[in-house]
Design a protein around this ligand. Structure first.
Ligand code: G6P
Length: 608
């Protein structure tokens, strides 16, 4: 997946295109490039590495232009290199940027080679430029050529294209990859994400699959999949500059960890009242629908999937409903049994993850009672394509490793468990208790953030190791998994998570003084058993770092016992996750990794 941006203006657009790429680096950052229409041709600049390097090249070459396209890449077909970086061109005439994957590229590339086109890159994207050139040479306009190309292309794409012979217009197309138009004063933009152009405008049009649009500085025309000109709704979104800047923090991830009390307040605000959750907070008619639900199916990826695993416990204990969870990339391929009283729930920060979207589209063909998405981006594809949507209101999350999105997803999923229980007339006393605990949650998270000093103390012991083991039991096992994922993602230390009771069935063989063990020991009916598991680690010379309830006291020898704030058991997975986020961050700081943009990863994975 990649980020694309384009602009047609009456002022120079090079700088703002690069600024837009910076805002979309979360979508990929292995190479970047720009094509700018100039009086004497097209300035075509590409660099291997981050957008910063492209910016430096721009500063030294100073291209001036009022029409251009730009791209930040996350390699799928072809290694990261300058030649594989976008924009790609055909005959020094047509320049394109593309986000997505062209599935039938092998055949199309072969056909174009037969017609005499020479390929300079290993990408699937380059053929789009040649296809457009082919049709334009037959006398078609760029819009007509885009439609003709679309007939050939299979897969997902957001495309922006310019032609050397036209210094006024650019043409864009969307199919299953996000793309929007931004409407400015005497200028127009297109981008994969409103964040990229939020400094230029608040007015956006989200294109639909099959749309093609022609854009110039003063006007735009949108055509639908049947080539009919259409009017699409303008959405006003105010993304404040503060929400998208690092402020006083060193990294976005650090900022996002410390803004979690506020983020969670925004998730629960206006959704609970008195002793209960409010009606229809998951959309008009949701409370009524929930009374009919007999089973939940969750599909998600990565951190969002871990949130789902925690919630499965809550659905069972609060709403008395069974819950099945699948990796979105696996779900379609296991021929899932669907009964008509099942609710399909997708969880996603971005709302654009291709596997999750594909799973939703597959599910829509089945007999689910309904589909609900819990996501952070109201304008996302998942939000548009689900029957019901619930927004976590966490604000933009920019660090690739998810933190506040996870915490707010958990709060949202707790609200879902409560709403289901309410609609099913179940456990009113328990609901009252949980609502009260939710109200206190932002404060409890703020207290948990105070574990920073202890985590900073532990960090050097972990930073000089190659492996780490995370242990939790029951509802804390997914939290241990999320802790291990965070450490892997940003510090590149190999980390695994186990339910502590499984230790003796294999992983115990790994324990020695080089294997730090991070364990979660909240107050629970299995606390004693967990402590026995931890004794097994201690006896083998493993160093223990235990996040524990204030009532837990154990000798951790050279390790550390970190007492967590007291909290309701139902909130404790959310609270115990906080020190693990801080620990990963502090370890990564010591190891000097690229925390906000870890190698090989991207925030929003829009390819399957
Ligand atoms: C990527 C990100 C993860 C995220 C996952 C799912 O792998 O790096 O942080 O959890 O995608 O993303 P979503 O936007 O669907 O939650």
């Amino acid at each position: 997946m990649c980020g694309i941006i384009a602009a047609a203006s009456n002022r120079n657009v090079g700088k703002l295109l690069v600024q837009g790429l910076h805002k979309m680096e979360y979508r990929g950052y292995d190479s970047a490039g720009i094509a700018l229409h100039q009086d004497d041709g097209i300035a075509h600049l590409r660099t291997l590495g981050k957008v910063q390097l492209l910016e430096e090249k721009m500063i030294s070459e100073k291209p001036k232009s009022k029409l251009g396209i730009a791209h930040t890449r996350w390699a799928t077909h072809g290694e990261p290199s300058e030649t594989n970086a976008h924009p790609h061109k055909s005959q020094d005439s047509i320049y394109i940027v593309h986000n997505g994957i062209i599935e039938n590229y092998v055949q199309l590339k072969e056909d174009l080679k037969q017609s005499g086109y020479e390929f300079l890159s290993q990408t699937d994207s380059e053929l789009i430029a040649h296809l457009l050139d082919h049709y334009i040479n037959q006398g078609q306009s760029m819009v007509e050529a885009m439609y003709a190309a679309k007939e050939k292309l299979e897969g997902a794409y957001a495309i922006a294209a310019i032609d050397i012979k036209d210094n006024t217009n650019l043409v864009i197309a969307r199919n299953k990859s996000p793309l929007l138009i931004g409407i400015g004063a005497d200028e127009m933009f297109a981008a994969s994400d409103p964040l990229a152009i939020a400094q230029q405008t608040n007015d956006f049009i989200f294109l639909e699959d099959g749309d093609v649009a022609e854009i110039s500085a003063n006007t735009y025309k949108i055509f639908d999949k049947s080539k009919k000109e259409v009017v699409r709704e303008i959405t006003r979104i105010n993304i404040s500059a503060e929400a998208t800047s690092k402020g006083e923090y060193r990294h976005y991830m650090e900022k996002e960890i410390y803004e979690q009390p506020e983020a969670v307040s925004n998730t629960i605000d206006g959704r609970i009242g008195g002793e209960d959750v409010l009606d229809n907070i998951f959309g008009l008619g949701s409370s009524d629908l929930f009374s009919k639900v007999r089973r939940i199916q969750i599909v998600a990826c990565g951190t969002s999937l871990h949130a789902g695993r925690v919630a499965a416990n809550w659905f069972s204990s609060i709403a008395e409903l069974p819950c099945q969870i699948d990796y979105a990339s696996e779900y379609r391929y296991r021929n899932p049994h669907v009964d008509e009283k099942s609710l399909l729930v997708t969880i996603s920060q971005s709302g654009e993850t291709a596997d999750t979207l594909a799973a939703l589209n597959y599910a829509k063909e089945k007999d689910y009672l309904s589909t609900l998405t819990i996501c952070n981006v109201p304008t996302s594809s998942l939000a548009r394509e689900s029957d019901f949507s619930f927004f976590t209101n966490a604000g933009p999350e920019i660090g690739v490793a998810s933190t506040k999105a996870f915490t707010t997803q958990l709060a949202a999923l707790m609200l879902l468990a409560l709403s289901l229980a309410k609609s099913r007339n179940l456990n009113p006393k328990l609901r009252g208790r949980v609502v009260q605990a939710l109200r206190l949650l932002p404060e409890t998270i703020a207290e948990a953030l105070n574990s920073k000093d202890q985590m900073t103390e532990i960090a050097p012991d972990i930073a000089n190791k190659d492996n780490a083991l995370f242990l939790g039991r029951g509802i804390f096992y997914p939290i241990a998994k999320e802790g291990a994922l965070k450490l892997k993602e940003i510090s590149y230390i190999h980390a695994e998570a186990y339910p502590a009771g499984e230790l003796k069935h294999g992983p115990l063989a790994l324990i020695d003084e080089n294997m730090p063990v991070i364990a979660l020991a909240p107050e629970s009916e299995i606390a004693e058993k967990l402590i026995s598991n931890l004794e097994e680690v201690k006896a083998r010379g493993g160093t223990l770092y235990v996040c524990a309830d204030p009532s837990v006291n154990m000798d951790v020898k050279s390790g550390k016992l970190i007492h967590m704030p007291e909290c309701d058991f139902f909130m404790s997975p959310i609270v115990y996750n906080i020190p693990l986020q801080i620990l990963s961050y502090e370890v990564a700081l010591l190891r000097g990794t690229d925390i906000d943009q870890p190698r090989n990863l991207a925030k929003s994975v829009t390819v399957e």
